[in-house]
Design a binder for this molecule. Structure first.
Ligand code: PRP
Ligand code: MN
Ligand code: MG
Length: 180
């Protein structure tokens, strides 16, 4: 699996540092609240589990699964709900945790939905922000790294459902896509 990687963009150590930094920011912002922290499956699972343990504050956690990529490197343009949260977010402070914001469509779908349900505040924490990919407006409140316009894998991020379990974030060799 490591052999398929062209270059490492963010090492395990760099990711750990980012989680600590963002966790402390979240701890301060929610110090006197009990937010519902929602991890977006499947990509955000590792980041979600690392970051919430860096924030020494009361919170609830939940997960939501939406999908738009359908096993390709290009966003399909439509976002579908796969599995909804079980928490009632009406009147709650919500923090969405994402691995990456690219076109922004997933985040827009989620923030629209949570707003409709009456969340009293919605903030976003993303490990990676790729502003060059943006198709719709989508802003994050807590950002780990701003990434170049390359398709990245690892630490939750997949290509065709693989590479999520790499402990770092990297760029795949081009032949991996073209052989498929
Ligand atoms: C990926 C990624 C984000 C979203 C970002 O999820 O994890 O959730 O796409 O892309 P966007 O800004 O262009 O919408 P994906 O739908 O591939 O599901 P996954 O997390 O299960 O890989
Ligand atoms: Mn995702
Ligand atoms: Mg994906």
């Amino acid at each position: 699996m490591n052999n398929d990687i062209l270059k490492v963009l963010y090492s395990t150590e760099q990711i750990d540092e980012a989680c600590k930094r963002l966790g402390k920011q979240i701890q301060q912002v929610y110090a006197h609240k009990v937010p519902v922290v929602i991890g977006v499956l499947k990509g955000a699972t590792f980041f979600m589990s690392d970051i919430v343990r860096q924030a020494d504050t009361y919170m609830e956690i939940d997960f939501i699964d939406v999908s738009s990529y359908h096993g390709t490197t290009q966003s399909s343009g439509t976002v579908e709900m796969v599995t909804d949260i079980s928490t009632d977010v009406s009147g709650r402070d919500v923090l969405i945790v994402e691995d990456i914001v690219d076109t922004g469509r997933t985040l827009k779908f989620l923030t629209d939905k949570l707003n409709q349900r009456g969340a009293s505040s919605i903030k976003v924490c993303t490990l990676l922000d790729k502003p060059a990919g943006r198709q719709v407006e989508a802003n994050s409140d807590f950002i780990g790294f701003e990434v170049p316009n390359e398709f990245v894998v690892g630490y939750g991020l997949d290509y065709d459902e693989k590479y999520r379990n790499l402990p770092y974030i990297g760029v795949l060799k081009p032949e991996i896509y073209t052989n498929n």
